[in-house]
Design a protein around this ligand. Sequence first.
Ligand code: UD1
Length: 342
Amino acid sequence: MKNLILVTGGTGYIGSHTAVELINEGYEVVIVDNLANSTTDSLDGIGQITGVRPAFEEFDLCNKPRLEKFFKDYPGLKAIIHFAAYKAVGESVEKPLMYYRNNLVSLMNLLECMNAYQVPSMVFSSSCTVYGQPRELPVTETAQILPAESPYGNTKQICEEILRDYIRSVEGIRAIALRYFNPIGAHPSALIGELPRGVPNNLIPYVTQTAAGIRGELKVFGDDYNTPDGSAIRDYINVVDIAAAHVKAISRLLKNQNKSDFEFFNLGTGKGSSVLEVVNTFEKVTGVKVNYKIVGRRTGDIEQVWADTTKANVELGWKAVRSLGETLLSAWNWEKKLRGIK
Ligand code: UD1
């Protein structure tokens, strides 16, 4: 029998790519999503890529009675990968309670059900945002957790603390938090990818939409940082590499059945790229010009961050393998498919 894994937020960007990798590795997947920021099109995409359209239940994880029913309907779950959360930094500043309620209550409901229905393992989507601007680069998992810059970032910190405290308090539950750096790109088939609503906040969707002519020009936020070309540096990592790390984390949790612990790992490439390097690489691999203008810094942005990935490399046995160029090309192929560009 296949191991059954619950993927919350599985119709979303990273969730859908992870569902593909899980199915390809022989797991059975059930997705729960309230479609707040995604559509069921990704289920079709997953089905086309893998030949298996995963089971899907549409509801909100904050609805505890409905979640209880789900756990009764799907006995024998082996693990949960919890992606479902709000993730827009700016929106979280405007609507902090919406962020705290959604991101914290959904996690607490899941943890209570894990205990009640004997589901022992969880992989939690965390973020490098928990490090703020680290003093030393590359940043390791032992770096100090700095006060969050936004309610969104704070929900990631608090969720990690909830996991740590809860796992200490009960027997037989274990979790791995994966701290993503900047996940970008799309599946090489261009059948699934990122679907930002309205004007994108993140760099890569803005770049691809500008290249597609949907946006007039990309604003590069700041060229006066203390970096080689003055623009800010991030660790951009292919979403399929990120997805593969979840499969490794699940296999680690399933192997350590008797352990009760909480671990966390950085998921990055170990290499930083500046905004201008991203634009130049995009133009080189796609042959499409990106109209851009340098403007002032964006409030709340840090100057530079990239990951030390040694812990994930050694302990998870995982490494990012896809290049920035290949990844940007996949993002462009996805954008072209969305817009019907040949
Ligand atoms: C942001 C969030 C982070 C969250 C992540 C995923 C902040 C401060 N951080 O990361 O907590 O986990 O998104 O949603 O918002 N840029 C431009 N022009 C643009 C857009 C971005 O120059 O139009 C620059 C930014 O200034 C930054 C880099 O591109 O230097 C990456 O930005 P973005 O993709 O928004 O990611 P982060 O800000 O790193």
